[in-house]
Write a protein of this length. Structure first.
Length: 251
């Protein structure tokens, strides 16, 4: 169960204490549990959404509370990756080494701040729509999809930093199991009918485009770009749900 605890410790702020330093293989196998952690986060958001709906709390306040819990439970880890990647992408001027250097800078520039504002704004407005239309069960799947992006990128890209977070375990990835889990989770979207299929297609398209950008600029991925992909794909999936639900309700 060590890989599960590694994933839980890394992806959430829950006070998990590992009894020993994980081996590269254990760290690699922790990726198998990323969708599980996503489901746990989704379940927490679902229960919270159900609770605030039962109390008839104002939708603006309900959306704010859910988004706050969403950010806090992850420790803002992926938002940090998004900000660093956004800063580096604009400030790097297309140069690989400059882009990588900016990503290592702990300071957040104006583009990074703007990316955080836009991401949180889109998530907030999408949550508002989902709560308004009483379709909170979608909250179960969105965090799972976000964490699937990490699996896809590690499976299909090189890790470009020699001493980065993923350097030590990329060679030990259980690739067949990761692909199987990736496919099963995508098929899980079919439980949501045609809208679920549409969201899965949008998610995969977003993921492939992000991979193209990372490979084109960097030749692969870093920890920051993986974090950014989780945040972006999660945001795009949530936004697509809100748009599709709105269109369906109008039709």
């Amino acid at each position: 169960m060590m890989p599960f605890w590694i994933a839980l410790q890394f992806l959430t702020i829950l006070p998990v204490q590992l009894k020993a330093m994980p081996s590269p293989q254990q760290s690699a196998y922790s990726l198998l549990f990323y969708p599980v952690i996503g489901l746990l986060i989704g379940a927490l958001l679902f229960v919270l959404a159900w609770g605030v709906s039962a109390t008839h709390l104002a939708l603006l306040l309900s959306s704010s509370l859910i988004l706050t819990v969403w950010v806090v439970i992850t420790g803002g880890l992926h938002l940090d990756g998004l900000a660093d990647t956004a800063d580096a992408w604009i400030g790097g001027y297309g140069d690989r080494e400059r882009t990588l250097a900016i990503m290592k800078d702990p300071q957040c520039g104006p583009i990074g701040v703007l990316s955080l504002i836009l991401s949180l704004l889109l998530k907030f407005s999408s949550l508002y729509v989902i709560l308004e239309l009483q379709q909170i069960y979608w909250l179960l799947i969105i965090p799972v999809l976000g964490r699937l992006s990490a699996l896809f990128l590690f499976l299909t890209c090189d890790y470009v930093r020699k001493r980065g977070l993923g350097t030590s375990f990329v060679q030990d990835l259980p690739r067949k199991w990761l692909w199987l889990i990736f496919g099963i989770c995508l098929l899980g979207c079919l439980n949501f009918g045609v809208l679920g299929l549409c969201v899965a297609v949008i998610f995969c398209s977003c993921l492939c485009y992000l991979r193209h950008l990372f490979v084109q600029r960097l030749g692969g991925i870093t920890g920051d770009t993986v974090g950014a992909s989780i945040e972006i794909s999660e945001c795009i999936s949530l936004l697509s749900v809100a748009i599709l639900l709105s269109a369906h309700s109008i039709g």
